[in-house]
Design a protein around this ligand. Structure first.
Ligand code: HEM
Length: 144
């Protein structure tokens, strides 16, 4: 179960990052061009929203079964080891914050009155979320 989850979390990470970048780009262009925010735009933003939530779910389960998740915190000494602190604390915490921001960006867009405000809510909050995610990826373990 652990290996399957780890592979799924590792593979889905590509899709989440690509989806966020594409959505941010499209919403920015939409806002700058002054066009209407359409149902298609909402659905595109929803794809990145759903992918990031599935990743959150996989990450949460992984956190309890991985040898570099919660178990490192219980063992003690993780705080003084940067690699251990990253997977056991920083990556999970920062990513939860990032996904909360993405959720706010999406739901605010639904309530916003103007097309510009809708585009803006998505590209701004998705972009902050993306920067947070990128800041705490265990790059060495993932691509190394
Ligand atoms: C959009 C959000 C997230 C992205 C893009 C992401 C991405 C990644 C990547 C690329 C890795 C390295 C995988 C590898 O070694 O091949 C990883 C590992 C990990 N992630 Fe996430 N993650 C996200 C959210 C979360 C959350 C919310 C949690 C926990 C609450 C979490 C828990 C973990 C754990 C415990 C590992 C280490 C797994 C292991 O090697 O045993 N992740 N994540």
């Amino acid at each position: 179960m652990y290996t399957g989850l780890q592979h799924a979390h590792s593979g889905l990470a590509y899709l989440v990052l690509i989806a966020l970048i594409v959505v941010i780009f499209l919403m920015l262009i939409g806002s700058l061009s002054g066009r209407e925010f359409t149902e298609k735009d909402r659905k595109i933003a929803l794809i990145a929203f759903i992918l990031s939530h599935v990743q959150l779910l996989l990450g949460l389960i992984l956190y309890f079964v991985s040898p570099v998740g919660l178990s490192l915190l219980q063992g003690g000494g993780a705080m003084s080891d940067p690699a251990a602190r990253l997977t056991a604390l920083e990556h999970p915490l920062i990513n939860i914050v990032a996904i909360v921001l993405i959720t706010i960006g999406y739901s605010r867009a639904k309530k916003a009155q103007t097309s510009r405000a809708k585009f803006r809510s998505i590209y701004m909050l998705y972009a902050v979320g993306l920067v947070l995610i990128l800041s705490r990826i265990p790059w060495g373990a993932w691509l190394g």
